[in-house]
Design a protein around this ligand. Sequence first.
Ligand SMILES: NC(=O)C1=CN([C@@H]2O[C@H](COP(=O)(O)OP(=O)(O)OC[C@H]3O[C@@H](n4cnc5c(N)ncnc54)[C@H](OP(=O)(O)O)[C@@H]3O)[C@@H](O)[C@H]2O)C=CC1
Ligand SMILES: CC(=O)C(=O)O
Ligand SMILES: [Mg+2]
Length: 758
Amino acid sequence: MAEKPRMDRPTFTDKEALLYHSRGRPGKIAVVPTKPMSTQRDLSLAYSPGVAAPVLAIAENPSLAYDYTAKGNLVAVITNGTAILGLGNLGALAAKPVMEGKATLFKRFADIDSIDLEIDAQDVEQFIAAVRYLGPSFGGINLEDIKAPECFIIEERLRELMDIPVFHDDQHGTAIISAAGLINALHLTGRDIADTKLVCNGAGAAGIACLDLVKALGFAPQNVVLCDTKGVVYRGRVEGMNQWKSAHAVDTSARTLAEALEGADIFFGLSVKGALTPDMMTTMAANPIVFALANPDPEITPEDALAARPDAIVATGRSDYSNQINNVLGFPYIFRGALDVRAKTINMEMKIAAVHALAELAREDVPDEVANAYQGARPRFGRDYLIPAPFDPRLVSVVPPAVARAAMDSGVAQRPIVDMNAYRAELTARRDPVAALMHTIYDRVRRDPKRVVFAEGEEEQVIRAALSFVAQGLGRAILVGREERVAQTARSAGLELGEMIEVHNARLSSRNGVYAQFLFERLQRKGFLFRDCQRLINNDRNHFAAAMVAQGDADAMVTGVTRNFSTALEDVRHVVDQKPGHRLIGASLVLARGRIVVVADTAITEMPEAGELADIAIEAAGLARRIGLEPRVALLAFSTFGYPPGERTARVHEAVRVLDSRRVDFEYEGEMGADIALNRQAMAAYPFARLSDTANVLVMPAFHSAAISTKMVQELGGATVLGPLVVGLDKAIQIVQLGATDAEIVNMAALAAFGVGG
Ligand SMILES: NC(=O)C1=CN([C@@H]2O[C@H](COP(=O)(O)OP(=O)(O)OC[C@H]3O[C@@H](n4cnc5c(N)ncnc54)[C@H](OP(=O)(O)O)[C@@H]3O)[C@@H](O)[C@H]2O)C=CC1
Ligand SMILES: CC(=O)C(=O)O
Ligand SMILES: [Mg+2]
């Protein structure tokens, strides 16, 4: 018999889940050293005797622990396993897969190192005693899956006893995400928070904290009803009560969940699988909001909920349905913000800041880069997209700054952030090495905005890119295309073209005649008649757009989405020459392990001769300087300084001599292997080599080796490759890769506007 998938959705089986955990090294985490440990010297530095120096420094000044140890970026995920998800009290050991999972999520989403600690102590005092002395090891404590009411006492006491943030994620993380989703659901259904009625099923860690937070946000206490295994928590009830439930008790005649739900607007489920039946939903108000958040299986499945009430907005805690309301959207980013300002605690102000940051992010347009995280389906704010999805890469640059700012404003930040923009850029860089470089380039373009023509203006991703270009303050955008087509594509994508976007129809343009004449003057001796030139301007957007730039009607151009690189370049070359005294090359920027390396020629000259290689080196060095690198050029070959010899190598060797004769103003060396060029230790074997450090510009012996190696590092090494960039053209024109995303097009437009090509 086939194994039954979990729930009714065939996403994975229990067997697959077990295999996932057991395959390779069992479990989900391992510890990775951050310092070299390969020589006797490394050993002496890392351990005895070298380690004594930081020991003594920290003993004298404890805050130096943040400089000399991993403390500042290390969070412990601690549990006793008394409320593992919605599975109940299964003990500390059984909780380990969940806690390893949380530790992994800290790393994956916010680059926080995390370790799970399962404490086999169900007694409150024993548990507190086991945790309270761990403060020196960590920057923060994430308590997890500890049942109520013990969790409230544990968290409160540990917050008093420890001088680092202590945060019970099932309480506050859940409350923050639920509240963000709720704000958006209220917004969509046009409800006023002051008179909306909410019923919460589950009066444990998550339920109580959610109610505390929604009341802090404006829900009226009499409109909020709490239920648990005994039914409604009404005023005067004695059975199964505690002080935390009492705080939310209301005067009501309702005694069961079904009764409480009559006329209610919202159901919050923080209890167990199946606690809400379709029948109970029938009496809820119009457009009911149902957050069935029990894990792993919700109080009601979205299928059943929508069958009972097609007008419902439904969310669960699961990743295999839309609207995943799960604290994974919160804890990585809340801790990131808190750690980065060395917050003493995580207070209500920080939580509310996270709520609003998350709610607002869901209402923003979703760029391509993010759409990829949603497996291609571009979500738009609405009933099925109330809240960002966990893989939304914007989260890390949006939520931590909001949390950090709130910590600073509420006086709990011990190391305030001085430059919030730089902090945001740093966060963005954590997720994407391209981002840091692009941040600088965007900044420069913003200071000197440009008019950029997007040649393929009828394509949806190009329209998105143009809008994003304008929205980011980079300048004006010109879309080349038929007005009605552009408008129709924009409309069906839900995009609004603003005033900063011009649409130019090549055929109807008043400049059409001027461009055709200009082109004719260039091409008349190359076999083109006037009417050929007229046709090229009328019908070919690359020719028209390039003519706009050539004639000064635009500052820069970007193309390539619908045509391959060489065809697009050929079109452009009909209209624009190379810069006098320069060579046209293709150069790619390879970003990996914190390094940026320029690789050339990745697009134009197939098998360069020595003089041509020297030209390529000069152009590539110029590009490096423009993006802020002091060039150290390595001319690469399969051999290093003459060994082993070969005809191809001789050409590279000769190129170095040519550079010698040209007295260039940058460091260069060759011929050498890529390992020598990029590895300091390997280069040390050649003490006569004239590079002061590892190379940041690699001149490849031929086009094919350049193209192959950049693609290989991208696929095998996880490097990010930007380009090829066109370097050495007389005008600012760049060509993206076929089918580029809107984010890639904006990057290229910004690079063109910045003048990366020289
Ligand atoms: N989506 C998300 O991000 C998150 C979801 N959760 C989910 O919320 C649930 C509760 O977690 P947590 O608060 O940590 O656990 P707790 O053990 O602290 O609390 C559980 C609560 O649920 C109540 N309960 C249990 N069964 C029922 C039932 N049939 N009807 C009504 N109430 C019931 C209990 O009632 P009583 O007090 O009477 O025992 C108790 O109040 C879990 O399913 C968990 O997975 C939690 C955190 C995050
Ligand atoms: C998501 C989570 O923390 C829970 O269900 O307990
Ligand atoms: Mg939990």
